[in-house]
Design a protein around this ligand. Structure first.
Ligand code: 5GP
Length: 202
């Protein structure tokens, strides 16, 4: 089997349901979620080290300067970034890692890891996304408006991804996501070392 784990990039506009789809599919033995670092404030119910590592701008900028991030981006006035160490260690140990990141970060990761498999979650329509975002009720109208503007920019990048999943019916979309995570492991480009090993007799 492939010795190195597979790196998944997982994106979609705010409010599209990325967490809802992925949550039940996480498996600490085989698929690890990369906990990002951010300068945004925790939302009610979020815990430091679980959803994010919540840090100051100074701490974030120090981590950038020391090369501790695999990628980072600014989103709605806050920094978000992927701590490098955990990702590299898990991949080296053969475990798959999933990065839930926005589109600018995704571009950086694709450059650094051309073998990464990328998945984009689309809403069934822009109108439905607007309703979902407004209905979340955890942010001010200004923040919701900023997120919608951001969502438009992100939707335009969907074509850069390997797989597109439409989150209309949650169960269907989750099955599709599971199928993609499974099928990606069988892509020939990851299996070349195994093919060679089995065919050593030739
Ligand atoms: P939220 O504030 O809603 O948790 O996240 C806002 C956006 O930042 C989402 O699109 C999320 O996927 C993205 N994001 C979360 N962590 C990272 C990260 O480490 N890097 C980048 N580039 N984006 C991230």
């Amino acid at each position: 089997m492939a010795e190195q784990g597979t790196l998944f990039i997982y994106s979609g506009p705010s409010g599209v349901g990325k967490g809802t789809l992925l949550g039940p599919l996480m498996d600490p033995d085989s698929l690890r979620f990369s906990v990002s670092m951010t300068t945004r404030a925790p939302r009610p119910g979020e815990a430091d080290g679980r959803e994010y590592f919540f840090v100051s701008r100074e701490a974030f900028e120090e981590t950038i300067a020391s090369g501790g991030l695999l990628e980072y981006a600014q989103y709605n006035g806050n920094y978000y970034g992927t701590p490098r160490k955990m990702v590299e260690e898990e991949l080296a140990q053969g475990r798959d890692v999933i990065l839930e990141i926005e589109v600018q970060g995704a571009r950086q990761v694709r450059k650094a890891f051309p073998q990464a498999v990328s998945i984009f979650i689309l809403p069934p329509s822009y109108e439905i996304l607007c309703e979902r975002l407004a209905g979340r009720g955890t942010e001010s109208p200004q923040v919701v408006e900023n997120r919608l503007a951001q969502a438009k920019r992100e939707l335009l990048c969907a074509g850069e991804y390997d797989y597109i999943i439409v989150n209309g019916d949650v169960e269907t979309a989750r099955k599709q996501l599971q199928a993609v995570l499974t099928a990606a492991k069988c892509e020939k480009r990851f299996m070349d070392p195994f093919i060679e090993k089995v065919c050593e007799f030739a």
